[in-house]
Design a protein. Sequence first.
Length: 230
Amino acid sequence: MFSNLDFDVIRRALPYLFYEGMTFTLTLTGLAALGGLIFGTALALMRLSGYKTLGRIAGLYVDFMRSLPLVLVIFWFYFLVPYIGQWVTGASRPISVGAFASSLITFIMFEAAYFSEIMRAGIQSISRGQPAAASALGLTYAQTMRYVVLPQAFRNMLPVLITQTIVLFQDTSLVYVLSITDFLGAASKVAQRDGRLVEMYLFAAIVYFTISSIASFGVRRLQARIAIIR
């Protein structure tokens, strides 16, 4: 079965796969996770605030994003936003966004909806007595969130946040639909060029599985450590 496979094509393509493909994948994952966490935390605070309008807006955004396939959001943003920008600015032609910027903003907007729910659960897990004590000490709402609630919420939700980042790492392969050279896109280009689809896609699957498994093992260790601290 494997007698006709040429795994030497993988060795020859390693520099291209990792220096260009994996570098892009990890960069997009890191930036999207950071942006999604910041935006998601803001959405969580909006939903938990005493302002019903802000809570409803954030809730509608989260529900809307979570009800859409990610690949559809990627297409929408890449093809529609340039025309929306043209309409808003009154330019004579569609605004150029670029594939990388388009994919990054899309992932931040999409992942923020999921990070928002994680952070909301983390904030709600903090005892109500702690914000009350902070208020009694004279801290404002912003100071209470910054110094008391959010640090504990981040620590409690850190394993779940990393797990969601692992999912994000896997989902970045969808930028292949925009012809961006991420790791899977690089593997696909080599496979099409050399006619070695089985070898390259098998190798890509092994790499994704290995990285995700190591990260998942780290999450389990982190969960056990946090449980001991509690």
